[in-house]
Ligand binder design. Structure first.
Ligand SMILES: [Zn+2]
Length: 845
């Protein structure tokens, strides 16, 4: 028997439709329920097997005939309902009555709480089912390809709002302080997309988006901060209906913001759930980046309504395509929503983070075989979202966006209401474009890593030689090959020429129309690979970097820094390159530079830090002087963002005392009147004040976190508590993280303390000491996220302790993320060992 049977239900009986009736008791944290499932019995059976977990099944019958027995197997998460007489094939109705608990682990049917304006604790009952937690709320065939129609009925106390996937079709007063709320039938869909939320919540009036009523639902008193989510929500609905050429598959759309939520958001059809701070936002008070986060998440979830909900993966190995595609679509849509944000350029930063991890020995292919559903839990990482989204963009740009779109339209149209494998998408794109999408993408999806493409002058004038090898930070032999879609651009005798080539062998010669004055490989910057130019080509290119567009400049910085960490470029050469960026005005390019600064600052011995700090000040001053502290009339949103991030870099990496003093003054002003400070500056000064703050500032931060005026402010002041330099305060923050802080945020608080070069050893002691408390309190997927901060450790002794502890205490899921973080830590430790002693000299002008 193949071992996959353990995870796949027998197909002798399959569901057609579920009628689910649930009565949650919020005060007692429990629920009772009954499900009637219309099933198709395909062959005679004497038992019916389906999924159930942490439920008590009280009774069951089939077309009125009581079951002879009901057994639950916790290890397989299954219920077996047996019958005295064999059941004959046909259409039948299985009824099961059950009870369950509203848990506190943010999965299945769970409790979320908040304190209302009168200081009372209020409870919300809500759901999170992906990947396999629908079985914790009702017995079901909990596999993505066993799609069915769902009819949900909720019995709720008066005064509570009830939401599910479809609109309410009937409400009945039960006369005992409760109402029965019946929702319309859903389309045929997977169990993991079912949702219900009950609680003392408020909804905005629905807005009509081409016939789709759209609302935001949140805890009371916040609906005035719903407009931005509604705006991007409406934009996304229209954008995707047009892109896919198919109307929105639900009947209404609600965005529900929750105080406790494990993930960022969840694409339940028609009832998308969110972390509150990723939905509810005041544009007058938010940074550009916070607005971008909300726009991204909303667009991403709306894209899933088609790609994921209407067309769904057959099994959990397909998670990557589901998520990578939604990420790609989110970027397309947000770029259309706010073209001035240059969303594809800012994507460089997150894609860059994936490329760092993907250069590790412990990386993984984007797609891999999955037996147990929990094996796919490791797929919810940057390799899926960012690398996956990046390779889709690379393919789209190589094929052209219209031919690519016609392949997608073909795919959605052919598979709607059904389930697919990854290859179905490539086949549709091939059919639409006539290009070898499948063989090209297989090299990016089924093998880990990515190449570095070397560019050298060819033998003849006008030729360049391209070659590929796997990029690694550590020397190793590897003969992987990719089919690398390469776009190039060259300056030839005052004219600009461009072209494309698919590099599928180890090397290839490309003939340009003439001898180039300069040449850019990975033109546009869409390739998920690095480029290394021969010295004379690099010199020609950097003589005037205005030949490069933003993402190309970003890549030049990012690729060069990667080769510094790999030991193939000297830090001094990198510093020389960075000096060329004094007039840079793009925040993403500066983001790449700033992230290298945080490693350089940790590595350089404290006594020699002034050389580095001087270099940073010289580099940043021209831009900071251009921008000033006050917003200028009519300035771009990117300039506003850049002002904030450069002030932080100047105050922190540059140790600029004047900037720090001014930040303290501006922060006082912010606390007195939050509307008096431009939001990006407000965030910057909150960061700088924390990094130089003491007890009284700490109290002010605690107070802002506990009594925030916006969800973003709550998160900002909570996470910045981790930045205070005093060790006693850092201890208090760590204690708060496992006590008062919501369990959805605690892991990130610990992450930030662990990431700091000042308190990482302290944070590590705390983690070892409270390992069991941490596991008891935090939902499992957030623990590897917390531990990822070890990647920034540069101290060899601490690194050794971390490695030995994490090797002795492996996680049940997410261990690969831990391995990757430890390998990054090793890269940083090796860099420090190799370079620390002479690093200061790199900054001498
Ligand atoms: Zn998603």
């Amino acid at each position: 028997m193949p071992d996959t049977d353990q995870y796949r239900l027998p197909r002798t009986v399959t569901p057609v439709r579920y009628d689910i009736a649930l009565s949650p008791d919020l005060a007692r944290a429990s629920f009772t329920g009954e499900v009637r499932i219309e099933v198709e019995i395909h062959e005679p059976v004497d038992e019916i097997v389906l999924n159930a977990l942490e439920l008590e099944l009280a009774e069951a019958d089939l077309d009125g005939t009581a079951a002879a027995g009901i057994t639950l197997d916790e290890s397989t998460e299954r219920a077996t309902i047996s019958f005295a007489e064999p059941v004959q094939p046909g259409h039948r109705h299985l009824r099961i009555a059950f009870t369950g608990t509203l848990n506190d682990k943010l999965r299945g049917f769970y409790r979320s709480t908040f304190t209302d304006d009168d200081g009372n604790e209020r409870v919300i009952a809500t759901t999170q089912f992906e990947s396999t937690d629908a079985r914790r709320a009702f017995p079901c065939w909990d596999e993505p390809d066993l799609k069915a129609v769902f009819g949900v009925t909720l019995v709720v106390e008066d005064g509570l709002l009830a939401v599910s996937n479809s609109p309410v079709v009937e409400e009945r007063d039960l006369g005992d302080g409760r109402r029965e709320v019946r929702f319309g039938d859903t389309m045929k869909m997977s169990t993991y997309l079912v949702a219900f939320v009950v609680g003392p919540l408020e909804a905005t009036e629905p807005i009509d988006v081409d016939g789709v009523p759209l609302r935001v639902i949140c805890t009371p008193g916040k609906t005035h901060m719903a407009d931005f989510a509604l705006e991007i929500g409406a934009h996304s609905l229209r954008y995707f209906a047009k892109y896919f050429g198919i109307r929105y598959p639900g009947e209404k759309l609600d965005f529900v913001g929750l105080p406790d939520f494990a993930m960022g958001a969840m694409e339940n059809l028609g009832a998308v759930t969110f972390r509150e701070n990723l939905l509810v936002i005041d544009p007058e008070r938010a940074t550009r980046n916070e607005l971008e986060n909300v726009a991204d998440v909303v667009a991403h979830e709306v894209a899933h309504m088609w790609f994921g909900d209407l067309v769904t993966m057959k099994w959990w190995n397909g998670i990557w395509l589901n998520e990578a595609f939604a990420t790609f679509m989110e970027l397309l849509c947000v770029d259309d929503f706010r073209p001035e944000w240059d969303r594809w350029v800012t994507f460089g930063l997150t894609r860059g983070a994936a490329m760092v991890i993907d250069a590790m020995e412990s990386t993984r292919p984007v797609e891999f075989e999955v037996h147990a559903p929990e094996e796919a839990e490791g797929m919810f990482d940057v390799l899926t979202y960012q690398k996956g989204g990046g390779v889709l963009r690379m393919l789209e740009q190589y094929l052209g966006s219209e031919p690519f779109r016609s392949g997608i339209v073909r795919y959605i149209d052919k598979h709607q209401y059904g389930n697919t494998e990854t290859t179905d998408l490539w086949d549709a794109i091939e059919a639409a474009t006539g290009e070898p999408a499948r063989s090209t993408m297989d090299t990016w999806i089924f093998q880990g890593g990515y190449p570095i493409v070397s560019v050298e002058p060819g033998g003849e004038a006008g030729e360049i030689r391209l070659s590929q090898r796997r990029f690694r930070y550590v020397e190793s032999s590897d003969d992987s090959l990719w089919q690398v879609p390469i776009l190039w651009r060259a300056g030839i005798g005052g004219e600009v020429a461009s072209g494309r080539v698919l590099l599928s062998e180890r090397e290839a010669m490309v003939t340009l129309p003439g001898k180039p004055d300069w040449v850019v490989v990975n033109a546009g910057g869409w390739g998920v690979y690095r480029v290394r130019y021969a010295p004379e080509l690099l010199r020609a290119l950097t003589t005037d970097i205005s030949h490069l567009d933003k993402l190309e400049r970003f890549n030049l910085v990012s690729d060069t820094w990667a080769s510094v960490l790999a030991g193939t470029t000297a830090p001094a050469e990198y510093v020389e390159l960075v000096r060329l960026f004094r007039n840079e005005s793009d925040p993403a390019v500066w983001g790449a530079i700033a992230s290298s600064f945080s490693i350089l600052r940790r590595t350089i011995p404290v006594a020699e830090r002034p050389a580095f700090e001087r270099f940073v000040r010289d580099l940043l001053r021209p831009q900071v002087e251009r921008l000033g502290w006050e917003p200028k009339a009519g300035e771009s949103e990117l300039d506003a963002e850049l002002r904030g991030s450069l002030l932080v870099a100047l105050g922190w990496h540059g140790a600029d005392a004047e900037v720090v003093a001014k930040a303290q003054q501006v922060h006082e002003q912010y606390l007195a009147d939050p509307t008096s400070v431009e939001p990006n500056v407000a965030e910057a000064v909150a960061t700088l004040v924390a990094r130089h703050g003491g007890e009284s500032e700490f109290q002010a931060y605690l107070d802002r976190w506990r009594n925030p005026t916006t969800p973003q402010e709550m998160v900002r002041y909570l996470y910045r508590l981790a930045d205070f330099p005093n060790e006693g305060l850092a201890r208090r923050v760590l204690d708060l993280a496992i006590t008062e802080v919501r369990s959805q945020n605690g892991p990130f608080v610990i992450f930030f303390v662990l990431m700091s070069s000042e308190h990482n050893a302290l944070a590590w002691d705390f983690i070892e000491e409270h390992w069991d408390d941490i596991h008891a309190r935090f939902t499992e997927p957030l623990i590897p996220r917390m531990l990822e901060a070890v990647a920034w450790v540069t101290d060899a002794d601490l690194a050794a302790r971390i490695r030995s502890f994490l090797t002795a205490h492996p996680l049940r899921s997410g261990q690969q993320t831990i391995e990757q973080a430890m390998e990054r830590m090793d890269v940083h430790v090796a860099f420090a060992r190799r370079e620390a002693a002479q690093l200061a000299s790199a900054f001498d002008a």
